[in-house]
Design a binder for this molecule. Structure first.
Ligand code: FES
Length: 61
């Protein structure tokens, strides 16, 4: 499934970028070798970042 249609960034690529340490959408774009264009995907990226933080929070408890 594509998260970013402008750059063809898939969900698994976003997750890989987050696992590699990306903590902001700009870092996800950079990790994928692209730049934001329409920025419609930024909300989805933020949501995925928030979900990963929640997982880490619960894993630490
Ligand atoms: S959908 Fe990602 S920049 Fe347009």
């Amino acid at each position: 499934m594509y998260v970013c249609n402008c750059n063809g960034i898939r969900e698994r690529e976003v997750r890989a970028a987050i696992e590699a340490g990306a903590s902001r959408p700009a870092q996800i774009f950079r990790a994928c070798g692209s730049q934001p264009q329409c920025a419609r995907c930024v909300c989805d990226m933020r949501q995925m970042l928030d979900e990963s933080q929640e997982v880490l929070k619960y894993a630490a408890e």
